[in-house]
Design a binder for this molecule. Structure first.
Ligand code: IMP
Ligand code: MG
Length: 192
């Protein structure tokens, strides 16, 4: 077994664990800086309002914990869990709510906090589902936006980073429930 080791290879950083190599795409410092900027934008836009942050589990748990501390107005929290991927890297196209909100969002300002938009199916479904509950307003904050062709329009108002079409892990994102605890966003280069 052993520990995660971060190494510099060809100018880039790579995490090595046994025979697995994970390339760092967005390091801790860049994440921190961008999350701070997003928090400042939300603070400005929601001055004198009390939005509810709806965090989509499990992928956004680290992002929401970090961004909420950069938002300098009163917010409340609620959590939803959806499943769309099963246990693989390919989207099944079927979105299912596995945990619903605890509180009503009627007449509330809602900010959905998502980890990543890939095909956009999860987000579309969520927005439609929450819209039906008559909130005052819904906006979306997503840390990552993957460069994939999409049929539907992107609803993300607060976006962290555009990323290439690669399967990424870390900072809350998983592959088969692993690697969520990496402090950076990376992609698996090889797996044995
Ligand atoms: P979409 O419905 O195809 O947009 O997929 C969105 C959901 O799939 C995200 O909320 C993630 O949970 C998961 N997902 C999509 N791409 C990745 C990835 O590259 N790494 C880890 N999870 C991903
Ligand atoms: Mg997710």
């Amino acid at each position: 077994m052993g520990l995660y080791k971060l190494k510099k290879i060809n100018g880039g950083k790579v995490l090595i664990y046994n025979n697995m190599k994970i390339k760092v795409l967005i390091d801790e410092k860049k994440l921190r800086r961008r999350v701070r900027e997003l928090g400042q934008e939300i603070t400005r836009d929601y001055k004198n309002k009390n939005p509810v942050l709806v965090s989509v589990l499990r992928g956004s748990f680290i992002f929401v914990a970090d961004i909420c501390r950069e938002i300098k107005i009163p917010v409340t929290f609620d959590f939803m869990a959806v499943s769309s991927y099963g246990n693989s890297k390919a989207s099944s196209g079927i979105v299912r709510i596995t945990k619903d909100l605890e509180f009503s969002i009627e007449n509330k300002e809602v900010i959905i906090i998502e980890d990543i938009v890939d095909s956009g199916r999860t987000l579309n479904y969520l927005v439609k589902n929450l819209q039906a509950r008559n909130p005052k307003n819904i906006e979306v904050c997503a840390l990552l936006d993957k460069d994939v062709p999409r049929k539907t329009e992107n609803k993300v108002k607060y976006k962290g980073f555009d990323i290439p079409n690669k399967f990424v892990v870390g900072y809350g994102l998983d592959f088969e429930e692993k690697y969520r605890n990496f402090p950076f966003i990376g992609y698996i280069e090889n797996e044995q």
